[in-house]
Design a protein around this ligand. Structure first.
Ligand code: 5GP
Length: 175
């Protein structure tokens, strides 16, 4: 079986969560099964093992799981992109709009050095708002965002298109 298909098959769709009309794509079964978890990480490892990277930036919270394993395997450092108010040191924030209201992501101001080549990782791209805000934050810190990587793209929500229109390279394991 194709590795991408194996990951796809393990994703659980939960109807009407977190609210009626929304189908949540749940990656916990992907992580729970040891072979699927390994296949998922191997897809990312093979894609980036020849890429010149300095750091992995993982987005709160599921981006931490994939991002930190990938950083360890590629012998890179890991830095967190967190939701507002979680980081203790000096931070820089980037706001983005949600369906109702605003949200923001934060990073420590010393998380990256100018010119560092950073891979951005999350579990899923929906509207792309989170990934785009994280990419902007990294760029404000002087980083070079090599690619935005996720397990799942929901293409009908336009996030990957939006990211590409903003000059980002995007990689996802499945749609
Ligand atoms: P966006 O900012 O692209 O609209 O939403 C993506 C962010 O929301 C990601 O950080 C992701 O973890 C979370 N998210 C939104 N919808 C889903 C979903 O159906 N499944 C999962 N696993 N995460 C989601």
């Amino acid at each position: 079986i194709d590795p991408h298909q194996m990951v796809f098959n393990a994703i659980r769709s939960v109807p009407d969560w977190p609210k009626p009309g929304i189908t949540f794509r749940d990656i916990t079964p992907v992580l729970q099964d040891p072979r699927t978890f390994r296949v998922l990480l191997d897809i990312f490892v093979y894609r980036y093992m020849r890429e010149r990277l300095d750091l992995i930036a993982g987005i709160d919270a599921r981006g931490f799981i994939v991002g930190s394993v990938l950083a360890y395997e590629l012998k890179l450092g890991f830095v967190p992109v967190r939701k507002k108010g979680k980081l203790p040191f000096q931070t820089l924030a980037e706001e983005y709009s949600l369906e109702y209201g605003n949200a923001s992501v934060e990073m420590h101001t010393d998380a990256v050095r100018p010119g560092q080549r950073v891979l951005l990782v999350d579990d899923l791209i929906a509207t792309g708002g989170t990934m785009l805000a994280a990419a902007k934050l990294l760029q404000r810190l002087g980083a070079n965002v090599v690619e935005a990587a996720a397990i799942i793209d929901l293409p009908e929500l336009g996030g990957s298109k939006l990211l590409r229109e903003n000059g980002a390279s995007v990689f996802t394991v499945c749609e």
